[in-house]
Design a protein around this ligand. Sequence first.
Ligand code: NDP
Length: 234
Amino acid sequence: MSRTVLVTGGNRGIGLATARAFAERGDRVAVTHRGAVVPDYLFGVRCDVTDPEAVEVAFGEVEEKLGPVEVLVANAGITDSTLITRMTEDRFTRVLDTNLTGAWRCARRAVGPMVRNRSGRLIFISSVAATYGSAGMTNYAAGKAGLIGLARSLARELGSRQVTANVVAPGYVVTDMTADLPQQYGAAYRDAIPLRRFAEPEEVASVVEWLAGPGAGYITGAVIPVDGGMGMGH
Ligand code: NDP
């Protein structure tokens, strides 16, 4: 059955791979972007998730073109890393506003129609950093940990309406976000990963796509690691 899927930050990286995975199984897929060109097989809507009005407009455009959003993948995210002694409050709150509040804004807008339809899937892209911690990333890890509380609260709030809320927590994935990792750190990180390699975006996308499918209908409030074993036990 074909569904309407919205992936935030779907113009590149994990978001684009995820959008492609849904499109390949026949879903109607919209992606948010901030001015980038998106492939023809996706419906692109311009949206900065830090702007509540832009979120409202983007959902309206998707609903008009493709119908109500049945699967939301809250993927848009940024890093702005430095040690806490050097991190300004602005750098902390900017990352939280995008990664956590941005996801909450999209979820808040998505759930109304899902509740009315007694069906919906909310998937939040967190990170191994949420539970493992990451030096120099207090803003990022706090925001990503917040997504777990957000998803689990939604799982409890909306479960009786058959709306599920889950978290996917990737480890290191080969995208623009990790492209400028200095070589010596890259090697050290790889050594901490049992599978001894970084993930390809498609390896996250396939898990997200499965989580939104019928085979995962009884999963809610879960945090699914896709981290090559890096965060085991956390
Ligand atoms: P990329 O940097 O490749 O892509 C990030 C995406 O988010 C882009 O589409 C970007 O849009 C979008 N975005 C950023 N800020 C905003 C905003 N304010 N409003 C709307 N869209 C925005 O990152 P990845 O693909 O690697 O990451 C995707 C998600 O996965 C993120 O949430 C990230 O934290 C998470 N993740 C990534 C890991 C990794 O190792 N790569 C590991 C664990 C989690 P634009 O192109 O306009 O900048």
